[in-house]
Design a protein around this ligand. Structure first.
Ligand code: NOJ
Length: 772
């Protein structure tokens, strides 16, 4: 690598050799405020008209050749790392020739400056590069996986995690994250459930907004913000049979009511970019869907950012059987509304010819290039292309102590206590010897889960064993045995059992750290079984036979089928993959320094045969009669109840909460009016704690059938021991809207049920009416 030029200040604007617009560029560089991680200002301000920017970009585009424009529409991976086959070599040469305008998988102040130097010193028009990266749940400091973070139901904490991720990533030269993933996920066989906010439309939408706000802050011109990407547009979570990349076949109504709302929320929060999905919708691959990318996203929602494809997804339109060849695929993609080709090099290789043949309109190319250049401008890159590539800032920012502390805090907030028989947790003071057993007990690499792209898997993560040792009171011993394996191939082995059982026998309490290898969720990680893989179940059963109290700490990225554990194990804590500080956070919960408050963002099935199972299902014409659950000719299984093992919204605490009856301020509302539902929640247990108070409704009769329950609001409250608080929710007809029989969006008059409670399966009930 040639020596890096430090004298970059003089080669930025002055060397662009463009005329007229410089004086009009607003001063965008506002220094990032240390510790200022909470941003609450409307993130969509970048959408406001900016005549100076328009002049600058019009002027720049008037100088660009078609090849240079196509370069701006091309995003290629660097040589560092990739998530699929690297299609092109020699990308540095492409930078110099202006053939690529954006790079992903390149970071660090030093390296991004070197690549940026090639773009702004060696290309004809000196247009700066945009650096993208998968900053999914943390950059260097890794937070819990996105599904785990979502289990906190704590929007401020989630926003703060995104803010910190953006602060670290931007300090390492990154301008753009491919996050948040806002795909509704109702099928735990699909490995990518770990990357999103779970199964619910309302929760998913609020989390989408929080993450966009966190990444983008209130001003894209701030040097600690990154562009967000709402992905994967759309309906990727509906992959048939939970098999990644598989066909999607859902109704237009389900698309609109279930899969689109979190994307709309992200767009309204100001998400600067959207990424297409690998799947098809209604027979058309998402990257070729004019309906999704233009009719819905641009025309209906008024999206003003740019659309990038997923990895080689234009190329894949040939395999889908939608395009005869790559050139045609490229034409279909750009004409559908794609602005940037990620890693496919299809635009690069074919678009000029397509334009020459009149298959693609020059105006469409210009529109795409404009949206991309606008983002570079808003980030301040034309003013100072190196502003994100600053070693001093990088050094002062990554792994900051307050970031690590925040990661520990979010991690403990994300954990869900699924069972706690006889108050097995928190650990009793007389537990003087603790056995920590299992393949995930002392595994650093697993703690940070999948999609922790720049995360350190080797040294930084604190394991459960390390966390327990650090926290255990003086005189308490913490022993360790791996005991079992999570490898599929080890299902019939038992070579570690004897050592684990010997340790268990001489200990007061057993912590079984079991679950999945980190790579068993995320992309290309679908499973047809949700059981504990390898020989973990057999060891768990053997540990239970010792008669010692057993606590299962589940570490995984999806709902697992743990019915046996629910029936036999004293306490179960789902810790997801909790991130860099995971071991400390788990110890905080096990020892009772933190009272668990997480609630499930996905339903846990009893067995995989119940999948897809989610709380907002339809009633059917033959629902089960709860008073006669075994009746024939109703919608049920012969061998398994319909109910899940743990419902959506469920999670226990070390204290207990009581709910008063719910009161409504009026029995009926007209359109435009507001209904207030109030409930008093009391902390009736022995310690302070947090409760997620949830509001659900059911529209009893509609022009089309409606789900049995839908989340419409939640509040996470902290109550001291013995404290009561009245929680109020407001509802109006807008909250009751759905896609009606005629496909219009709106509510319908009629009777509604309403519940306020601690989960989707419990709560106090009331009824109200929406009038004409
Ligand atoms: C493929 C994944 O589907 C997407 O989520 C990711 O952002 C891209 N690869 C880039 O790494």
């Amino acid at each position: 690598m040639p020596p890096i030029s430090r004298n970059f200040a003089t080669i930025t604007l002055a060397s662009l050799m463009l005329t007229g617009a410089f004086s009009a560029i607003p001063a965008q560089a506002k220094s990032a405020q240390r510790g200022d991680t909470q941003v609450t200002v409307d993130a969509s301000r970048w959408e406001a008209a900016d005549p100076a920017m328009d002049r600058f970009i019009t002027d720049l585009m008037s100088k660009m050749t078609l090849e240079e424009k196509i370069g701006q529409m091309s995003l290629l991976t660097s040589d560092w790392d990739s998530t699929g086959p690297t299609m092109r070599e020699g990308y540095q040469d492409d930078i110099r020739k202006g053939r690529i305008g954006s790079i992903f998988n390149a970071f660090s102040a030093n390296y991004t400056r070197e690549l940026q130097r090639m773009a702004v010193e060696e290309t004809r028009l000196k247009i700066p590069l945009l650096f993208g990266y998968d900053v999914i749940h943390g950059h260097r400091t890794i937070f819990p996986i996105s599904l785990g973070e979502s289990a906190s139901w704590d929007l401020k904490a989630i926003e703060k995690a995104a803010r910190i991720s953006a602060t670290e990533a931007s300090a390492e030269g990154i301008h753009w994250t491919f996050s948040p993933m806002v795909d509704i996920s109702r099928d735990p066989r699909w490995g990518r459930v770990s990357e999103g906010a779970g199964e619910d439309v309302y929760l998913g939408s609020r989390i989408a907004e929080a993450r966009v706000r966190g990444y983008q802050g209130d001003d894209l011109g701030r040097v600690d913000t990154v562009l967000a990407t709402a992905k994967h547009f759309a309906a990727y979570g509906a992959a048939q049979a939970g098999r990644d990349y598989h066909t999607v076949d859902i109704s237009e109504r389900t698309l609109r009511d279930v899969y689109l709302p979190p994307f709309k929320a992200a767009a309204d929060a100001g998400a600067a970019t959207f990424m297409t999905a690998f799947n098809e919708y209604d027979g058309v691959p998402a990257s070729g869907s004019r309906y999704l990318l233009t009719d819905v996203l641009r025309h209906k929602w008024g999206f003003k950012g740019f659309v990038v494809t997923d990895y080689t997804s234009i190329n894949e339109m040939v395999a889908h059987g939608y395009s005869r060849n790559l050139k045609e695929a490229g034409e279909q993609a750009i004409n559908a509304g794609v602005d940037m080709d990620l890693q496919g090099a299809v635009f690069m290789e074919n678009l000029a010819q397509s334009v020459a043949e009149g298959k693609v309109d020059m105006q469409r190319v210009d529109a795409a290039v404009k949206t991309i250049l606008e983002m570079k401008y808003r980030l301040g890159l034309f003013e100072d292309p190196y502003r994100y590539s600053d070693e001093a800032r990088e050094k002062a920012t990554v792994y900051r102590a307050d970031f690590l502390e925040a990661a520990r805090d979010v991690a403990r907030k994300s954990m869900v206590l699924l069972k706690n028989e006889g108050n097995a947790l928190p650990l009793a003071a007389n537990a003087r010897s603790i056995a920590v057993i299992g393949p995930l007990a002392d595994s650093k690499e697993d703690m940070i889960g999948s999609w922790a792209a720049a995360g350190d898997r080797k040294t930084r993560p604190v394991t459960l064993l390390e966390g327990m040792k650090a926290r255990a009171p003086k005189g308490t011993t913490v022993g360790y045995a791996k005991g079992a394996s999570y490898d599929f191939a080890d299902a019939d082995k038992n070579d570690g059992f004897a050592e684990a059982l010997a340790l268990a026998e001489k200990s007061d309490v057993i912590i079984a750290a079991m679950g999945e290898h980190w790579n068993m969720t995320g992309e290309a990680a679908s499973r047809t079984s949700l059981d504990l893989p390898g020989n973990q179940q057999a060891l768990l059963e053997a540990l239970e036979k010792t008669g010692k109290p057993v606590i299962l700490v589940l570490l995984s990225g999806r709902p697992n089928t743990i019915e046996w554990a629910d029936q036999h194990i004293d306490a179960i804590l789902h810790a997801w993959y909790p991130g860099t500080m995971g071991g400390h956070a788990i110890a905080d919960v096990l020892f009772g320094d933190y009272n668990p408050s997480g609630k499930l963002p996905m339903t846990f099935p009893r067995n995989v045969g119940q999948v897809p199972i989610h709380y907002d299902m339809k009633n059917t014409g033959r629902p089960i009669n709860p008073n006669d659950p075994n009746a024939k000719y109703v919608s049920r299984y012969l061998n398994t109840p319909n109910s899940p093992l743990y419902p959506f919204g469920y999670g226990l605490s070390y204290t207990s909460f009581g709910y008063s009856p719910v009161t409504l301020d009026k029995p009926r509302i007209a359109p435009g009016e507001t209904l207030t539902a109030s409930v008093t929640v009391t902390n009736k247990g022995p310690r302070d704690g947090e409760e997620v108070v949830q509001l659900y409704v059911r529209d009893l009769v509609g022009s089309v059938t409606r789900p049995v329950k839908e989340l419409k609001g939640f509040q996470k409250i902290h109550l001291k021991k013995g404290e009561s608080r009245t929680v109020r929710f407001q509802l109006s007809d807008a909250d009751l809207a759905f896609t009606r029989a005629d496909m219009s969006w709106g509510s319908e008059p009629g009777a509604f049920k309403l519940w306020v409670g601690p989960s989707s399966a419990a709560g106090v009930e009331a009824e109200f009416e929406l009038t004409e």
